[in-house]
Design a protein around this ligand. Structure first.
Ligand code: SF4
Length: 302
């Protein structure tokens, strides 16, 4: 095996980075990088406590190799070339579930023409020269949907899970308007497996938010377009109607409770009976969690 020498150490993958050898390009592992390229002094100049930790970040998360200032320019260039090929092939890169899901959801929606989707999801078709885009009401704001992107009207990126949710909504295929018949998740077909998630990840945390910061939670609820309503047809302390998407209204019911009397406070989300035409069960849970985040003032990871 041909090799370079770096001090007294052999650099075994050097030949594969050298096009003149015409040899098969082998990927660099964390150990290869640590053993053959890094100085192993654990000096911390890269911001990591050890050279091995740094090597792990470079291989699995594309952390820039040049952040180690103690690699000779020639070795840095040669190694970077191999790493670029390795990254392109996805070898040893940490899986990014949000990216994978977004790719899948985009592909699912990409075969549809925006004009054909508009009516179905309650969006408006707009044109900018030859470019067609959709304007879609979303909570209290608007989204701009082009062939390649979904952004807020101020141009800011939505987080990737939110984009997956919206692409799935676009691809779902339902066209009914809401009928005003409200159902709890457990009253909808095939939702048994998600009822616990709804309670534990949405309704119980919302109860805590209202108990700990009632005014803030109410202000947030109104900020995202919630309107108080007397049309819930249920005896509760208050009901708010939300319209996260044009075809998808959500009703939030709140009971203050009285613990001294043994009455626990409660929150319940209700959905129009047509919701499953527009969202699959995972997306209903995503939307409910998003509502919880917005009311409780939390942010979702990108
Ligand atoms: S700067 Fe280089 S030598 Fe120092 S700890 Fe990081 S990888 Fe190791």
């Amino acid at each position: 095996m041909s090799h370079l020498r770096r001090g007294k150490r052999k650099v075994y993958f050097a030949s594969i980075a050298d096009p003149s050898t015409h040899r098969h390009i082998m990927p660099i592992s964390v150990i290869d990088l640590y053993r053959d390229v890094l100085p192993k002094t654990n000096c911390r100049d890269c911001g990591f406590p050890t050279c091995l930790a740094f090597a792990g970040k470079v291989i699995s998360e594309k952390f820039p190799l040049e952040k180690c200032p103690h690699i000779s320019p020639e070795l840095l260039e040669r190694t970077t070339r191999v790493l670029e090929e390795q990254y392109a092939s996805g070898k040893w890169l940490k899986k990014d579930p949000a990216q994978d899901a977004l790719k899948w959801a985009r592909e699912r929606a990409s075969s549809m023409e925006l004009e054909d989707i508009a009516d179905r999801i309650g969006a408006t078709v707009r044109r900018n020269g030859n470019e067609v885009f959709l304007e879609l009401p979303y909570f209290a704001g608007r989204l701009i949907i082009t062939k390649d992107s979904i952004k807020s009207e101020d141009g800011s990126e939505l987080n990737r899970w939110e984009q997956v949710f919206l692409y799935n909504h676009m691809a779902q295929g339902g066209s009914s308007d809401p009928r005003g018949k409200w159902k709890a998740l457990e009253e909808l077909p095939n939702t048994v497996s998600k009822v616990k998630s709804m309670q534990e990840q949405v309704e119980e945390p919302l109860v805590q938010c209202f108990e700990q910061a009632y005014d803030d939670a109410l202000a947030n609820l109104e900020k995202i377009g919630g309107k108080k309503t007397d049309d819930a047809g249920v005896d509760c302390d208050f009901a708010y109607l939300l319209r996260p998407l044009p075809k998808i209204p959500v009703m939030l019911l709140y009971w203050r409770g009285d613990r001294k009397e043994g009455l626990e406070p409660r929150v319940k989300l209700l959905f129009d009976e047509t919701i499953q035409e527009h969202l699959d069960i995972e997306s209903i849970i995503f939307l409910s969690e998003r509502i919880r985040e917005l009311i409780c003032g939390q942010q979702k990871p990108t």
